[in-house]
Design a protein around this ligand. Structure first.
Ligand SMILES: Cc1cc2nc3c(=O)[nH]c(=O)nc-3n(C[C@H](O)[C@H](O)[C@H](O)COP(=O)(O)OP(=O)(O)OC[C@H]3O[C@@H](n4cnc5c(N)ncnc54)[C@H](O)[C@@H]3O)c2cc1C
Length: 397
């Protein structure tokens, strides 16, 4: 049987794209290698309330584990700033339930979701891909969406650009109970010695439970374990806590791939590198652009011009939609991780003393951070802060 479209990967990006294709009346099949959608999970589950609205999603209550009002950010020496922006700035979701809810929604729209089905490769016929190989058979479609996550094995096999290895940082996370934390505040810990290149986090789940995790250029688990035992604030939070489960994964910190379509194939989500470099969050922006990809696939299926030509419009649309934002976040990430610990302390101290936090509180957006970063870069107080911190550029990035 030939489908209009095949989506590879039942993560949020694949499922959101599939939903858009299916609800326009096209036959679409989602192929997922694991036994159950959403498992194993690899996420902290922090999704902004505004971002979910942008995805057109109204979540059922059982998917939401907690809501948070903002974040407390700690410098290496323990100075902190509080960014609080309303009671329900973000939701903490159960990613397994979130993904399976997205799958049910896509199925309701007419998509077929098949689990335990690993796509091994693409099969080409002259100038386009005609099918994917699965077990001992081929599955045919007119268009394909690659939503395989950050591995980029399939996208690399058909000469799409892939997310660079240098942009992939290992992450490790525990789910813990019996922690002593603020129940509605995320905590983020920066520092070259704590988590070079990224940060550690504590995300409250309610009822003294939390996700505590860390991503860095290397050794994420070893670094996280060290923080739990030795960090003055984190070890205090974790005193008497119990580790219920652990998970590992990859966070992306670079720019998206330069070209997201080839022939009758489009890459979405982590596969396309559409992730906020400042936080590694990919569900919202990856999801927003995956929805656009789904609409463009549907248009391409009925267009007079070739599918390849119609799909290529996605590159332009996606770039116009999020590339400037992602570029600013990437720059901010490079600037932050270029500083050594004294530089980070100086930025955190200055940010509260000079009133820069008011700009973030007033104009910040958890997902579209480009505007506030641009605004800060033009603010004389930020320029001063930057000049003070620049002395601490870390020569051993
Ligand atoms: C520790 C950690 C914490 C994070 N926290 C957050 C957060 O708080 N908020 C946020 O927005 N983002 C967060 N992220 C990032 C977020 O998890 C990703 O950006 C998001 O999952 C990307 O969605 P996706 O659909 O592109 O890919 P994925 O969610 O990775 O889905 C890809 C799917 O494709 C399937 N697949 C792969 N290859 C094949 C194949 N050959 N055949 C069939 N199926 C295949 C996989 O099994 C998987 O189900 C975090 C990441 C990590 C590692």
């Amino acid at each position: 049987m030939k489908h209009d479209a095949i989506v590879i990967g039942a993560g949020p990006a694949g499922l959101l794209a599939a939903n858009e294709i299916a609800k326009r009346g096209y036959s679409v099949k989602v192929l997922e290698e694991h036994e159950r959608v959403g498992e194993p999970d690899h996420c902290a589950g922090l999704l902004s309330t505004s971002g979910l609205k942008r995805l057109g999603i109204h979540l059922p209550q059982d998917v939401i584990q907690n809501t948070v009002a903002g974040a407390r950010i700690y410098s290496p020496a323990g100075h902190s700033i509080l960014i609080e922006r309303g009671k329900r700035e973000a939701n903490v979701v159960d990613r397994k339930k979130f993904d399976s809810w997205l799958a049910s929604r896509a199925i309701d729209s007419g998509a077929i979701v098949t689990t335990q089905t690993k796509v091994k490769g693409f099969v080409r016929n002259q100038d386009r891909i005609q099918s994917v190989s699965v077990d001992n058979e081929e599955q045919y479609a007119r268009a394909f969406v690659i939503a395989e996550g950050s591995r980029c094995r399939l996208s690399g096999s058909i000469e799409l650009p892939v997310v660079q290895r240098a942009s992939k940082y290992p992450a490790f996370q525990y789910e813990v109970s019996g922690v002593d934390i603020e129940e509605n505040m995320v905590e983020m810990f920066y520092g070259k010695r704590i988590a070079p290149g990224f940060f550690a986090w504590i995300i409250p789940l309610g009822e003294n439970r939390a996700r505590i995790g860390l991503a860095a250029r290397s050794k994420s688990k070893i670094r996280l374990d060290a923080l739990i035992h030795n960090h003055s604030i984190i070890s205090e939070r974790m005193k008497g806590a119990r580790i219920d489960r652990s998970l590992g994964g990859i966070v992306l910190v670079g720019m998206p791939i330069s070209k997201m379509t080839i022939e009758n194939v489009v890459a979405v989500g982590d596969t396309a590198g559409i992730v906020k470099a400042t936080t590694g969050g990919g569900v919202i922006l990856g999801g927003m652009t995956a929805r656009v990809a789904g609409k463009i696939v549907a248009e391409a299926l009925s267009a007079d011009e070739s599918i390849a030509k119609s799909l290529s419009h996605y590159n332009k649309k996606c770039k116009a939609m999020v590339f400037n934002e992602l570029r600013m976040m990437h720059l901010a990430q490079i600037a932050l991780t270029s500083l050594d610990d004294k530089g980070l302390d100086s930025v955190v101290k200055d940010a509260s003393a000079k009133g820069l936090l008011d700009v973030v509180k007033k104009e910040g957006d958890m997902d579209l951070q480009g505007n506030v970063i641009k605004r800060l870069l033009k603010d004389p107080r930020m320029i001063l802060t930057g000049l003070r911190a620049i002395r601490y550029i870390n020569p051993f990035l």
